[in-house]
Design a protein around this ligand. Structure first.
Ligand code: SAM
Ligand code: SF4
Length: 326
């Protein structure tokens, strides 16, 4: 079991399968983003070794992310191997949905259980503006294909950015009347120096809730108002699906954090918003034994930080979001 010095049990691993992406969302990376050479990335066998090692330490929940995980070569084979790893109970993916229309079925057959699909607006023009390259219709077809394939419950992730899509939360929330989905609104994390976004463009969860209640009336808190993972859940009056709010900036959820992140270049990132990382790739390639790698991971997790200063404008600048996986 992997514990940190604050007594948190860390058992959720988010693996960035690649830093590459087929979109260029404005809040995530610059349009002229440069990517790392393939040799600097974790290879398939290295990912599978680390998954076995983390699973042996009690990591039972794995999420594949990126960059865009579906653009990684052999992603279906990797999913099959990870799903079959003893100890892995939950395997999900966060994706922009662009390739789901053709990958949803094979991914499900390989053992993927669920997907979160990123969709920030239902307006095709604004979708294109936010993602720079995206086509809304293609993603919509991907979401329906995921549902059809049984990658459920479907969760939709919308990052809310002032001046871009704060008005769109009303239409996105309405999806929960028609579909048994969870529509999650994420406070944009301004990663200073990397994208142009600033603290002033963060839309707080409180403001989002007020905007929705002005249209739909009082929303009902679920789960006794307690966090469900990183989200606070609500339901619109009479809706089939639920709403989730991820208030990383205004209400950090460090006390209930159970996560560690593996970057595409093999670094163990202990907090999304702190620069501290531990290089796992170099010792792995230098022939470290299973026991040595295990010890390195256990001691690194012990040092997992607590708290970030986003609300005060303190930001980690060593990586963009696509390199960490969100
Ligand atoms: N490409 C996939 C996708 O977009 O779903 C997976 C990787 S993406 C980095 C993971 C999540 O991080 C997405 O839901 C994305 O919207 C979110 N994200 C990216 N940049 C963000 C930012 N600056 N603040 C908050 N969330 C962000
Ligand atoms: Fe790509 Fe996801 Fe980042 Fe958008 S949020 S640029 S889809 S990695």
């Amino acid at each position: 079991m992997a514990l940190d010095r604050f007594g948190r049990r860390i058992h959720y691993l988010r693996i960035s399968l690649t830093d590459h992406c087929n979109l260029r969302c404005v809040y995530c990376m610059p349009e002229d983003m440069t990517f790392r050479p393939p040799a600097e990335m974790l290879q398939d066998d290295e990912i599978l070794f680390l998954v076995r090692l983390f699973a042996s330490l009690g990591f039972d929940k794995i999420r594949l992310t990126g960059g865009e995980p579906t653009v990684r070569a052999h992603v279906v084979d990797l999913v099959r191997e990870i799903a079959a790893t003893p100890g892995v109970k939950s395997l999900s993916m966060t994706t922009n949905g662009v390739l789901l229309h053709k990958l949803a079925r094979p991914l499900k057959a390989a053992g993927l259980q669920r997907v979160n699909v990123s969709l920030d607006t239902l307006d095709p023009v604004r979708y294109h503006k936010l993602t720079r390259w995206g086509n809304l219709q293609q993603v919509w077809e991907g979401i329906l294909a995921a549902e059809e394939a049984g990658l459920t419950p479907i969760k939709i992730n919308a990052v809310v950015v002032r001046g871009y899509n704060e008005v769109d939360i009303v239409d996105l929330a309405r999806l929960t009347y028609e579909h048994d989905w969870q529509v999650r609104f994420i406070e944009m994390m301004p990663l200073g120096g990397i994208t142009d976004f600033q603290r002033s463009q963060v839309v707080s969860t409180a403001e989002m809730l007020a905007r929705l209640e002005a249209v739909y009336g009082a929303v009902e808190p679920l789960n006794g108002g307690e966090l469900d993972g990183e989200a606070r859940l609500y339901r619109l009056p009479g809706a089939r699906g639920t709403l989730g709010f991820i208030a990383s900036v205004t209400l950090p959820f460090c006390a209930s954090c159970t996560r560690a992140r593996l970057t595409a270049d093999g670094r163990l990132r202990l907090c999304l918003l702190r620069e501290k990382e531990v290089d796992l790739l170099t010792p792995l390639r230098n022939g470290a034994t299973w026991e040595e790698m295990r010890q390195l991971i256990v001691t690194s997790i012990w040092e997992k930080p607590w708290g970030h200063g986003l609300a005060e404008g303190e930001v980690a600048t060593n990586r963009v979001m696509s390199e960490i996986g969100g």
